[in-house]
Design a protein around this ligand. Structure first.
Ligand code: P53
Length: 484
């Protein structure tokens, strides 16, 4: 038998970003205000859920504030004006793919405008053209942690069914516009983030009790499942050559001990994560989830044909982010990682990043094998990386050997999964250029191969500098993952 020896020909090496974390230019060329732009920087850097701390009061305050001082996602790293320089640097590293998202509010500033905003469409024309100039395939996320704020004010975001129609008007416009130009699409970034709150739902929930929150979050997820399935069908009808996938924040959990009660608790916890891909890949709600809803007071409102739509709109490939794993115990005996973290229990065998994320390269192998065994669908690692405090040293350089070590170990595990027969399309690591953190809105949580001279308060020249990891990744791509 032929055992694959390494990364296949045409493997999509590259990097990933999101509009709200890089573009800036928040209030020009017709763009509307987005949900990401009313979120303030975290007061506790160990709290990645700061991105959900939006209330009616903070929202009103944000709407009258016309500056970016408190709202880092309004300034990003000025990719809007510097994309030529940035994409040129990606090309210098040898990128085959660049994952980015479209800001819905650049196309429909209020989410439900009569006409799309031509200046917004033109911006992405130019960005995609710039990618193609260097043979880089854009991998485009339709919804990455933001939406027009007007839809929050009008419908409470994805809590309302009305948002489905607004979204699928937007997706139809961009599928038509970029037909033949964009070959790879993703519907919702980390769709499971809608169970975390505002970042995924665009719905205010801070005043709700736990049961009401759970109800709202899963109802929002249901609307996104339907919207995603409609988008898949639109995409296939408009451009049969294009591929469209789902996207999950894969957070594998391990049992705290071999006690079967812990193993079972971990299994359920893991199902709560795999539920999203079960629906988007298989096209139906799994039984364990129907039971979970019944036992937790969640009643989903569905239209008569929702289930048929979901069934008809299953994805072509499965993409996911991978940063960490957790531990689950039946007795909830585990110590939580980082502060008031929501990411589950601490694993004594793993080290953590400065932000408390448990680093687990082997867990990536496990994730890939689990997905492949469960779905037999092409997989795409569209995020993975290390948020760290980088320092520009006296020689004017950034010696980020820790990042190289992190990435090398994860790439080795992808190669192991490929040898097992896992079909892997590509690897777009998170944040090839330093950007604003999703969770905490810090600039100082850096992921990039390219350093950006900007501080947490927005000061700095915005100059781009190549880190040591830049040259390392360059030779990884040049050797198709054989020189690590
Ligand atoms: P930041 C938490 C857990 C896993 C993935 O995150 C997450 C988060 C959010 O904090 O988000 C993804 O910037 C997301 C990106 C984000 C990246 O991971 O908080 O898709 O937008 O920037 C890293 O360190």
């Amino acid at each position: 038998k032929n055992i694959p020896t390494g990364f296949p020909k045409g493997f999509l090496w590259g990097g990933a970003t999101a509009a709200n974390q890089v573009e800036g230019a928040w209030n020009i060329d017709g763009k509307g205000l987005t949900t990401a732009e009313v979120v303030q920087k975290a007061t506790d850097r160990q709290d990645p859920m700061a991105m959900n701390a939006v209330t009616a009061v903070t929202l009103r305050k944000a709407m009258v504030d016309k500056t970016d001082t408190l709202y880092p996602k309004r300034r990003g790293i000025d990719f809007y004006h510097r994309y030529r320089e940035d994409i040129k640097l990606f090309a210098e590293m040898g990128f085959k793919a660049f994952r980015l998202s479209i800001a819905w509010a650049r196309i429909f500033p209020n989410g439900d405008d009569a006409q799309p905003n031509e200046a917004g469409l033109k911006f992405y024309d130019d960005v995609f053209a710039e990618c193609h100039k260097y043979g880089i395939e854009p991998v485009v996320t339709l919804s990455h942690f933001e939406m027009p704020l007007a839809l929050t004010l009008k419908h409470n975001g994805w809590a309302s069914r009305a948002t489905i129609a607004a979204f699928t008007r937007y997706t139809k416009v961009v599928f038509e516009r970029y037909r033949g130009i964009v070959k790879y699409w993703l519907t919702f970034n980390e769709i499971n983030a809608s169970t975390w709150g505002f970042v995924g739902t665009g719905a205010l929930d801070q005043e709700l009790d736990e049961t009401a929150k759970l109800q709202l979050h899963y109802q929002a997820v249901h609307h996104q499942f339907v919207a995603s399935a409609i988008a898949v069908q639109q995409c296939h009808a408009l451009d049969p050559a294009a591929k469209i996938g789902c996207m999950l924040a894969r957070i594998q959990t391990y049992p705290h001990t071999p006690n079967p009660t812990d193993v079972r608790a971990a299994q359920l916890e893991d199902e709560l994560n795999l539920f999203f891909t079960d629906v988007q890949v298989r096209g139906e709600y799994p039984g364990y989830m129907n039971r979970y809803f019944a036992e937790h007071g969640v009643t989903l409102e569905m239209a008569a044909d929702d289930e048929a739509v979901i069934k008809a709109g299953t994805v072509d490939y499965l993409s996911f982010s991978y940063y960490m794993t957790t531990v689950t115990s039946a007795a909830d005996a585990t110590v939580k990682t980082s502060g008031n973290m929501t990411f589950g229990g601490k694993n004594p065998y793993l080290e953590t990043s400065a932000w408390g994320w448990q680093i687990d390269p082997l867990g990536l192998r496990i994730a890939l094998n689990v997905f492949w065994d469960r779905y037999r669908l092409p997989l795409f690692v569209v995020e993975n990386g290390l948020g760290a405090l980088d320092e520009v040293t006296a020689d004017g350089k950034i010696h980020d050997q820790y990042r190289i070590d992190y990435m090398r170990q994860h790439i080795i595990q992808m190669r192991e999964a490929i040898k097992d027969g896992v079909e892997l399309m590509g690897y777009t690591m998170w944040g090839p250029i330093d950007l604003i953190s999703a969770g905490t809105s810090e600039m100082s949580k850096r992921y990039g191969f390219i350093y950006v001279d900007q501080d947490d308060a927005g000061g700095g020249s915005l100059q781009r500098l190549r880190k040591d990891s830049f040259y390392w990744y360059q030779q990884v791509i040049a050797s198709n993952g054989t020189v690590l």
